[in-house]
Design a protein around this ligand. Structure first.
Ligand code: NOJ
Ligand code: CA
Length: 546
């Protein structure tokens, strides 16, 4: 893989803690993950995004770090982590880590020192004010679990700012020392060999918080600075940002107005996520088509990362209330499935009623839309959620490997309950069972990902929706790149339909179907392409030597 390798990747995200335990203490670890790299190789992914790996009191699943220069000893040593990087590289797998530097844990020595005295060298590393700010109860990210964004600290005798939980004090990015320190952290991990970072909460990193101002200034230049720094240290490193912001604000995250793409090369497409889920709920692709048409233009090299599920709730806040209600009605009918009034805390398989056809359709669509697909661990076997666990932990249960105790995750008492009963319990649903079954969802993912690797136009080409008065429920799009053109048909509805794409015959060169939900008739002159209920077809229109 050359430069811009991330445009031809499939990213697999996992939490080391819940993936594979190697020493029976019930906690997943680096050695366990190393033992599963061959599984990931066979699956066909080539990049792993690790959830936070730093030492942590674990009050927000690791998004509350106490030392950015080390690994959580429960996961192993820094030596184990270096071994992981080496073993992954041997298999052509790159590792990116979660970079959570908007805030620290309140147990971080920097904050501890900052609260101890106004004269502490770390005092100004956090955001303080002496008077209660007027916007104290505004801007919470976790409504219901969090009552304020400014909290009075008795020992510090001042109010500190925290965009997230009160145990996650925000770092002060107006302080040049903080900015320099963050660069050092990035450089440290690059030096060890990570291929990049998933950057947590980017809009809040660049927000230069002013007490009482709900519209504090944003410093986008810091992103350019970080990008340049990272690229000087490792030319092919990638930054993948979480920035769930209004569409018109997105381009600024990719680059400045000069159009050079000098900031974050890759962003999660949260808009697409909400629209995909809405389209699946309504069995109507219109919301996706509309977003593909109206997505702001990205600077050269800018890339989307697509996803259906991640480790958080599905955030529906960018849908209208009517759209949101449709999604809730279909996928989150029970209150226990909802979170923060805006999201759904479920895995995709149960959301789709365990319907294999719909699951394939959903993932086929995500993986063929423009950008780099990101896949959450366990989705490839159709894992479920445990709604008895609080909040987002419902979708963070251990990986189900086998029929053994705790699904083969650990021989000891697991850090989090493994789903053990019902359709989604490990006795019915696990990797071993699916590995021995050619028709399993896992086998499907392996074939699908292999076929995608043969279709690089999806990741590095141009994606266009074709709109030609197709039957309701049908989405047709194409991907064109230096290596040729691919055509994709998806039927989100349940009616059997026929699609006429005869107008493309002239440019096609021996078009042939490379992947689909069933054996369809030959594609012929493309004028009568059949699609079954929830059907999908991937057709290579032509291949060029790049
Ligand atoms: C976004 C992460 O995805 C989420 O899990 C976390 O709680 C917050 N950032 C705070 O770090
Ligand atoms: Ca362990």
């Amino acid at each position: 893989m050359g430069e811009r390798w991330y445009t031809e990747s499939v990213i697999y995200c996992l939490d080391v803690e819940t993936f594979q335990d190697s020493n029976g203490d019930g906690i997943g670890d680096f050695q366990g993950l190393i033992g599963r790299l061959d599984y990931l190789t066979r699956l066909g992914i080539n990049c792993v995004w690790l959830s936070p790996i730093h030492p942590t009191p674990g009050r927000d699943d690791g998004y509350d770090a106490t030392d950015f220069y080390n690994v959580d000893p429960r996961l192993g040593t820094l030596g184990d982590f270096a071994e992981l990087l080496h073993e992954a590289a041997n298999r052509g797998i790159k590792i990116i880590i979660d970079l959570v530097v908007n805030h620290t844990s309140d147990e971080h020595p920097w904050f501890q020192s900052a609260v101890a005295s106004k004269d502490s060298p770390y005092r100004d590393w956090f955001v303080w004010t002496d008077k209660e700010p007027a916007d104290r109860h505004q801007g919470m990210v976790f409504p219901g679990e969090q009552a304020e964004t400014w909290t009075y600290h008795r020992k510090a005798r001042a109010w500190y700012y925290h965009r997230f939980y009160d145990f996650q004090p925000d770092l002060n990015f107006t302080n040049p020392q903080v900015r320099t320190e963050i660069k050092k952290i990035l450089a440290f991990w690059l030096q060890l060999g990570v291929a990049g970072f998933r950057m947590d909460a980017v809009p809040f990193i660049i927000e230069l918080t002013e007490p009482g101002n709900t519209n504090s200034p944003m410093d986008f230049d810091y992103l350019s600075e970080l990008r340049a720094h990272v690229q000087w240290r490792r030319g092919d490193a990638v930054l993948l940002a979480e920035a769930n912001v209004e569409p018109e604000k997105l381009p600024e995250y990719f680059g400045d107005s000069g159009g050079s793409g000098n900031r974050i090369p890759m962003l999660f497409d949260f808009m697409l996520n909400g629209r995909l889920v809405l389209a699946l709920a309504r069995q109507n692709p219109e919301p996706v088509i509309e977003w593909l048409r109206t997505t702001p233009k990205l600077p050269a090299g800018g890339q989307w990362a697509t996803f259906l599920r991640n480790h958080d709730e599905i955030d529906l806040s960018r849908l209208t209330s009517e759209q949101r209600e449709d999604v809730f009605a279909e996928f989150g009918p029970d209150d226990s499935m909802k979170l923060y009034d805006r999201g759904i805390r479920r895995r995709l398989a149960p959301m789709l009623g365990g319907d294999r056809r719909r699951l394939e359709l959903a993932y086929s669509l995500q993986f063929t839309l423009r950008g780099t697909p990101v896949l959450r661990y366990g989705e490839e076997i159709g894992m479920g959620e445990d709604l008895s666990l609080p909040g987002r932990y419902a979708i963070r249960t251990p990986m189900q490997w086998s029929f053994d105790t705790n699904g083969g995750f650990s021989a000891g008492p697991p850090v989090r309950k493994v789903i053990s009963s019902g359709e989604y319990g490990y006795k019915k649903l696990n990797v071993t069972a699916q590995r021995h079954d050619d028709r399993s969802l896992l086998a499907w993912f392996e074939r699908m990902i292999r076929t995608l690797r043969e279709s690089p136009e999806v990741g590095n080409g141009t994606c266009t929706c074709i709109d030609d008065g197709f039957p309701p429920g049908v989405l047709v799009h194409r991907a064109d790149g230096a290596t040729g053109s691919m055509l994709f048909l998806h039927n989100l509805g349940t009616a059997r339909v026929e699609v006429d794409l005869g107008s493309l015959a002239a440019e096609a060169n021996h078009p042939n179907e490379v992947f689909g939900d069933q054996d369809y008739k030959e594609v012929g002159d493309l004028s009568a392409l059949e699609l079954g209920p929830y059907g999908y077809r991937w057709i290579r229109l032509q291949r060029k030597s790049a």
